[in-house]
Structures are given as structure tokens and as C-alpha cells.
Write a protein that binds this ligand. Structure first.
Ligand code: F6R
Length: 243
């Protein structure tokens, strides 16, 4: 893992956004993997800024998002689809038909997850995947458990994840299940950019970087990936052995 400790969220956003934009400039047909949540927003802002300057086009890229709440229609304001529209997709020239999402409304979760896993394979795999990390070390919605997961699947969210994400559901009940890309699929992405900020992430970041590789901290598996950039602020890096 290459780790960079930055002075601010906006500095992280600029660095992470630049890696992604530079890749798309060189590879206009890139396959990009996106995450939702607070952590990547500054990176998405910097991508939009570069797009508005005319520096990059997303017309030919294909995108896949990591996860979606199960039981939530994509039109719901708290769906991850809506999040991506609001924070990135509506602000750049990505083609709607090139945007791929797990369908949270699917009644047959297993076949929906198979469809999504196949779509990622058919696209040739993901070139760059943006990740955040949960307080409990989750990546995507791969919660701590006894084994690392494989392809996309439906997962029961843990109390820690429900507590962290309930703040976004003011007037509706937060779903208890999600569909997510599995750990194996995340490991198959050719380049991973993980962003973590704030003291609340410090223990998960320590376990990811300095702990042993264990499914009890799903992010620790990234120690076995040879192309990971981790962007941290000082608070998130506070418990690691990084200078
Ligand atoms: C979101 C996702 C999650 C988040 C994680 C951190 O698509 O897959 O793993 O990255 O829960 O969320 P934030 O960034 O809101 O702290």
C-alpha cells in the first residue's frame, strides 16, 4: 500500500481526483468503480472541476458502483444511485447507459448479483476503484466476518454500519440489507484508491494497515493488493505507525 497523509480533505480530493482524471485522459474508455459516502466527495468535486475546465471527458467511460441498499428503489433520495447522480454523474458527461448499478429493488437478489458480477467481467474488469472504509473496517458493504467474500451478494448490515448511515435517513427507516460487490471483486480491480478521514476511522485504518490480514477487518485484505493508494488525513492516520 502506498500511503499519503494530507493536511486537509480538499488536498486528498485533489490528489485522488487527479489520479482518476489522468487515467481517463490517457484511457478514455476506462472502467471506473465508484463509492458513495462522505469520504470521496472532495475527490468527486475535484473531478467535476477538471471536467468543467475542459480537461477531461467521461463520454466513453463505463462505471460500476460498489453497492446499493437492498429494498430501496434507485429513485429514492437516499439510494446510492441518487447519491452518485447528485455528487458526480449529473455534473459530468458520462453516458447514462454506461452507468452500472446493483438494482436495490430486485426481488431475486441472487440473480441480480450474478448479473452484476457478469457485467463487470464483460466490461473487462475495473481499472480504478474508489473506496472508503467503515468504522468497523468494511469496504463496500463487506462487513467483518469469518471469511472474505467472493462475487456480488446480499449482506445484512451490522449495527455499526446502521448507526453510521442512519443519519442520512431522516424521514424513512434505513434498510437493514444491501447488495455489494464482494471482496474478491474488489481485489480484482487493477488500481484501488482508498480515502479515509477523521478520528472515527483511526482504529479501522490502523487495522487495515498495521493489523494482520483477517476478514474481521475486511479492508486488511488490501495489504495483499499490489496497487493501492491510501489517502488519509492526520486524524485517520493517528493510530498507525506511519510517521
Ligand atoms: C459506500 C461504501 C462504504 C463507505 C464507508 C465509509 O459505497 O461502500 O464502504 O465507503 O461506509 O463511508 P463514509 O465515507 O461516509 O465514512
Amino acid at each position: 500500500m502506498r500511503t499519503v497523509i494530507c493536511g486537509s480533505k480538499s488536498e486528498i480530493g485533489k490528489l485522488a481526483g487527479k489520479i482518476l482524471c489522468d487515467y481517463v485522459k490517457a484511457n478514455p474508455k476506462a472502467v471506473l468503480g465508484f463509492a458513495t459516502g462522505a469520504s470521496p466527495i472532495p475527490a468527486y468535486d475535484s473531478i467535476v472541476e477538471e471536467y468543467k475546465k475542459g480537461g477531461v471527458s467521461f463520454k466513453e467511460v463505463v462505471t460500476f458502483n460498489l453497492d446499493e441498499y437492498s429494498g430501496l428503489a434507485r429513485e429514492h433520495k437516499n439510494s446510492y444511485y441518487s447519491f452518485m447522480q447528485e455528487n458526480l454523474f449529473s455534473k459530468i458527461d458520462v453516458r447514462p447507459e454506461n452507468i452500472n448499478f446493483l438494482n436495490g429493488s430486485a426481488e431475486n437478489w441472487a440473480s441480480e448479483c450474478e448479473r452484476y458480477s457478469k457485467a463487470i467481467r464483460d466490461a473487462g474488469g475495473i481499472d480504478i476503484q474508489i473506496l472508503g472504509i467503515g468504522h468497523n473496517g468494511h469496504i463496500g458493504f463487506n462487513e467483518p466476518g469469518e471469511t472474505f467474500s467472493g462475487d456480488a451478494y446480499r449482506v445484512k448490515l451490522t449495527d455499526s454500519t446502521i448507526a453510521a448511515n442512519s443519519v442520512y435517513f431522516e424521514d424513512s427507516l434505513m434498510p437493514r440489507y444491501a447488495l455489494t460487490m464482494g471482496t474478491k471483486q474488489i481485489m480484482e480491480c487493477r488500481h484501488i484508491i482508498l480515502i479515509a478521514t477523521g478520528e472515527g476511522k483511526a482504529e479501522a485504518v490502523r487495522a487495515m494497515i498495521n493489523g494482520k490480514v483477517t476478514p474481521m477487518c475486511p479492508a486488511s485484505v488490501l495489504q495483499n493488493h499490489d496497487n493501492v493508494d491510501v489517502f488519509l488525513d492526520e486524524d485517520a492516520a493517528g493510530l498507525t505507525d506511519l510517521g
